[in-house]
Design a protein around this ligand. Structure first.
Ligand code: CAA
Length: 248
C-alpha cells in the first residue's frame, strides 16, 4: 500500500511532536511544519524523533503566511505526490482578560490558530479531492467549547475551528475527504505549564480523572481519525479531556 503523507502544523510543539510520532509509527511519512526560529526546540525535536529515521522530517513554516503555506503544499506535491493527511495542531495563547487585551494579542492568536487552518486547508484541499482521499484533523480545545477566563481570543479561535470543520466536512464529504476536530483538555505541555501554578492546580482539581492529559492520549485519537477505515466519521468533534467538560 502507498505510504501516506501527513503534514502536522505545530509539529514540534507539545501535542504536535507526539502526533508526528504516532502517525509515523502508524506508517505515515510525516512532515512537521513549524516556525523555523526556535532553533533549540528544532534540534531537540530532531533528537526526539531520531529513532524514526526519515519517517519524520521538519519544514520551517509560518502558518500565518498564506503564500508560504501554498509553497510548502506545492513542494510536497512535487516531491511526494500530495498531502493525504493534514493535522492542524499549531496554536498559541496570549491569555489576558478582554479588558486588558491589545489588538496585537487578539490578532496574533486568531492568525495562528484560525487563519493557519484556512491557509493550510485551502491549499491542500484541491489535491485531496482530486485524488479522492484526504484526512483533516483540527486540534481545537475544550476551552473552545466552554470558554475560559482570560481567553476570549483563544476560545473564539478554537470554537471557530470547529465551525470551519463542520462546514468543510459537508463540502468534501463525497470526495473521500473527512474533516474532524479533536478538543483536548488540559495536557502535559509547555503551554499548560505557563499557567500560574495555583490556577493550574485548581483546574486539575476540577478534572474528574484527576490529572493532566498526556500528549499520547491526544495523538492516539488523531491516528484513529486519519485511518482509511475511519471514513464514516466526518464533521465530528472528539473531546479528550478527562471528563472536564461533558456534553450530550
Ligand atoms: N476565575 C475567576 N476570576 C479570576 C480568574 C479566574 N480564573 N483569574 C483571575 N480572576 C480575577 C482576579 O482575581 C481579579 O479579580 P479582582 O479584579 O477582583 O482583583 C480579576 O479576575 C482580574 O484578574 P487579573 O488582573 O489577574 O487578570 P489578567 O488579565 O492578568 O488575566 C489570567 C488573568 C492570567 C488570564 C488568569 O485568569 C488565567 O491564567 N486564567 C486561566 C487561563 C487558562 O486556563 N489558559 C489555558 C492555557 S492552556 C490552553 O489553552 C490549552 C488548552 O487548550 C486547554
Amino acid at each position: 500500500m502507498k505510504q501516506r503523507i501527513a503534514v502536522v502544523s505545530g509539529g514540534i510543539g507539545g501535542l504536535g511532536t507526539e502526533i508526528c510520532r504516532h502517525l509515523a509509527v502508524a506508517g505515515h511519512r510525516v512532515i512537521a511544519a513549524d516556525l523555523g526560529v526556535r532553533t533549540e526546540r528544532i534540534a531537540a525535536f530532531r533528537n526526539e524523533v531520531a529513532d524514526l529515521g526519515d519517517a519524520v522530517t521538519f519544514e520551517a513554516l509560518d502558518i500565518g503566511d498564506f503564500d508560504a503555506c501554498a509553497g510548502l503544499i506545492r513542494q510536497i506535491e512535487a516531491e511526494h505526490g500530495g498531502v493525504d493527511v493534514l493535522v492542524n495542531a499549531a496554536g498559541i495563547t496570549r491569555d489576558t482578560t478582554l479588558r486588558k487585551m491589545s489588538q496585537e494579542q487578539w490578532h496574533s492568536v486568531l492568525t495562528v490558530n484560525l487563519d493557519g487552518v484556512f491557509n493550510l486547508c485551502r491549499n491542500a484541499i484541491e489535491g485531496m479531492c482530486a485524488r479522492g482521499f484526504g484526512r483533516i484533523v483540527n486540534i481545537s480545545s475544550v476551552n473552545g467549547q466552554t470558554g475560559q477566563f482570560g481567553q476570549t481570543n483563544y476560545a473564539a479561535a478554537k470554537a471557530g475551528m470547529h465551525g470551519f470543520t463542520m462546514a468543510l466536512a459537508r463540502e468534501v464529504a463525497r470526495k473521500g475527504v473527512t474533516v474532524n476536530s479533536v478538543s483536548p483538555g488540559y495536557c502535559e505541555t509547555a503551554m499548560v505549564m505557563q499557567i500560574a501554578p495555583e490556577i493550574r492546580e485548581q483546574i486539575i482539581a476540577d478534572v474528574p480523572v484527576g490529572r493532566l492529559g498526556k500528549p499520547s492520549e491526544i495523538a492516539r485519537v488523531v491516528t484513529f481519525l486519519v485511518a482509511p477505515d475511519s471514513s464514516f466519521i466526518t464533521g465530528a468533534n472528539i473531546p479528550v479531556n478527562g471528563g472536564y467538560f461533558m456534553d450530550f
